[in-house]
Design a protein around this ligand. Structure first.
Ligand code: SF4
Ligand code: SF4
Length: 165
């Protein structure tokens, strides 16, 4: 079968590299002259995070300083990243509590499902992101560490306020 060659007209008017370059440079100069700062001088300056920012977890505590978690097992069940480890315990009165509760913040995808599903409003994602570590192990937050976090917790999506305003 003979191979045909199809010549396609290039729309030069629409694909002018010179015009595109000039337009790009004009945009750059426009930003150079903009009196409003667009660069945040981190870490000296920090932008306010959205109230729905989902970052480092927190475990909230009761008035007597115990974790609010009742080891129901819902959060490790819904966690899509499988990064919550829970070993439940039970005291002599039949109250459940976490013998072991760990979250691997490195594997977490910060979906917030754990917060949404928790019946005790115990586990929360938080408005915090400065959690860099030098080792994988450093990202594993045990119960004590989760309880020691003090940053604000995230707000869940509210259908009455879909844009979070
Ligand atoms: S935020 Fe999502 S991925 Fe992270 S621990 Fe909670 S449920 Fe798992
Ligand atoms: S969902 Fe809440 S109460 Fe249940 S195991 Fe998770 S943190 Fe604990």
């Amino acid at each position: 079968m003979a191979i045909g060659v199809k010549v396609v007209d290039r729309p030069i008017d629409e694909t002018s590299y010179i015009r595109a370059t000039v337009k790009g440079l004009a945009l750059t100069f426009k930003h150079l002259m903009n009196p409003h700062k667009v660069t945040t001088q981190y870490p000296e300056e920090k932008d306010a995070l959205s109230k729905r920012w989902r970052g480092t977890h927190r475990m909230l505590t009761t008035e007597d300083g115990k974790a609010k978690c009742v080891a129901c097992g819902l959060c490790p069940t819904v966690c899509p990243a499988n990064c919550i480890k829970l070993v439940p315990g039970e005291d002599e009165k039949g109250n459940r509590y976490p013998l072991l509760f760990e979250i691997d913040e490195f594997r977490c995808i910060f979906c917030g499902y754990c917060q949404e599903v928790c019946p005790e409003e115990a586990i929360h994602v938080g408005r915090h992101y400065e959690n860099a570590e030098f080792s994988r192990e450093g990202f594993v937050y045990d119960l004590e560490r989760l309880m020691a976090q003090t940053h604000p917790v995230s707000e869940l999506w509210d259908p009455a306020d879909p844009r979070g305003e």
